[in-house]
Design a protein around this ligand. Structure first.
Ligand code: SAM
Length: 394
């Protein structure tokens, strides 16, 4: 990150994961060795269950809310290949996260399908085991542009599920939002290919739509009509103040409550229980004529990161493309795990470092932001610079 110009993205500070204060010359003092017992808790008693791994900071879309063209142009200093964690390094780290109780691994980015030979990484991760002795729930978030071509090989490699980002069905709106003139039909073809490949089994196929007031809220109902009864769970995400380059404004956030109210004008919806602790989405099931949830009709969800922060049970950690561990999507400091792996640390030392980091975690950015009066909340870009979502992984 040090090669990024400050006008683009000031280098996030990183925290060494070993205590390098010298008690004797040339011998670093290490923190006490903590073993992985699958029972880690942070300072707010939150467990570690979900690991998101960014495999590239590059993307072929330029959605203005994530990687605006004006910033992410041809001169943008993307990470050089040598900085990226290799598949072997990712696997070494993932094994230790699983030993600490992680059950779900999500590959993201940037656009993860741009990373060459991603199937090899998926094979390696699918061969790992959780503390319960089962394969991790392995999933991936993608813009869908390469999915039609890759769905079958991803499934064969061991991917279980996939989440596709799609911000509307109207071609002109979608092309404007991805800002590279990419057609909606190709993403829909990718979703169908994922279903044919078996990546949609057991409700595993999700579509995420970021809703921006004044940009694509007219797409909410057409998206719901299209994906209802198609075996795809549609989730509406509030436009978030993540990163420092998207010019976020509160008046462009369409609160989830308004999304649900709109949907209820047309569909009978019933609230559903969270599928897992720490789940980000609030789920709603489509009801049948008897007023009962009909799984064949499917469900929708809302992710209300802005209006209803869910930090209190956040069990996610994020591993950046170059191996910095972030404990919050809105973080500005990473913990450098890559130097541990490349420095020859043993697996027990890596596990211990992760334990120390997680035990020191107290982040709850969104809740704190929500508790401030609007005039006291930091304006985008103010204060310490936050990392971009494309770098940390969405
Ligand atoms: N390229 C992949 C994709 O498009 O899904 C993975 C990375 S992308 C950063 C992950 C998710 O974050 C996408 O669903 C995207 O729409 C969402 N996202 C990015 N910036 C956002 C923002 N400011 N607010 C809400 N969601 C955002």
């Amino acid at each position: 990150m040090s090669d990024r110009p400050s006008s683009v993205s000031a280098a996030p500070r990183t925290i060494p994961v070993l205590d390098w204060r010298q008690s004797q010359p040339s011998r670093p003092v290490t923190l006490p060795l903590l073993q992985a017992q699958g029972q880690l808790q942070d300072r707010l008693q939150r467990p570690l269950r979900d690991l998101r791994i960014s495999v590239t900071d590059r993307c072929n879309f330029r959605c203005s809310y994530c990687m605006p063209k004006e910033v992410f142009d041809k001169d943008y200093p993307y990470l050089p290949h040598a900085s990226l964690l290799s598949f072997e390094e990712i696997t070494v780290l993932a094994r230790q996260f699983l030993a600490h109780g992680v059950r779900k691994i999500r590959l993201t980015g940037g656009e993860p399908l741009l990373r060459k030979n991603l199937e090899r990484l998926i094979e390696q991760l699918a061969a790992l085991r959780t503390i319960d002795g089962v394969a991790p729930d392995l999933t991936l978030t993608t813009n869908g542009s390469l999915l039609a071509r890759k769905a079958a090989s991803l499934k064969a490699a061991g991917l279980r599920r996939v989440t596709v980002s799609l911000d509307g069905l109207d071609d002109a709106t979608f092309r404007r939002m991805n800002d590279v003139d990419f057609p909606v039909s190709d993403v829909l073809a990718g979703i169908e290919a994922a279903q044919r490949a078996g990546l949609g089994a057991d409700g595993g196929l999700k579509v995420n739509m970021v809703v921006k007031r004044g940009t694509n809220e007219q797409e909410i109902l057409p998206m719901a009509r299209y994906f209802r009864s198609r075996g795809v769970t549609l989730r509406f995400i509030e436009y978030m103040d993540v990163g420092a380059t998207n010019g976020w404004r509160m008046d462009e956030v369409l609160p989830s409550a308004e999304v649900i109210a709109l949907l209820r004008q047309e569909f009978a919806l019933l609230p559903l229980e969270a599928a897992a602790p720490g789940e980000t989405a609030q789920r709603w099931g489509y009801a049948n004529a008897q007023g009962q949830w009909d799984p064949a009709l499917g469900e929708v969800g809302v992710i209300s990161s802005v209006t209803q922060a869910f930090c209190h049970d956040c069990n996610r950690a994020r591993l950046s493309t170059e191996g910095q561990l972030y404990l919050c999507l809105f973080g500005h400091q990473g913990h450098d795990l890559r130097s541990l792996v490349r420095g020859g640390a043993s697996e027990a030392e890596i596990a211990s470092a992760i334990a120390h980091i997680w035990q020191g975690r107290s982040d709850r950015y969104s809740e704190l932001r929500a508790s401030l009066p609007a005039e006291a909340a930091p304006a985008p870009g103010e204060g310490r610079r936050r990392v971009e979502m494309s770098y940390i992984g969405g």
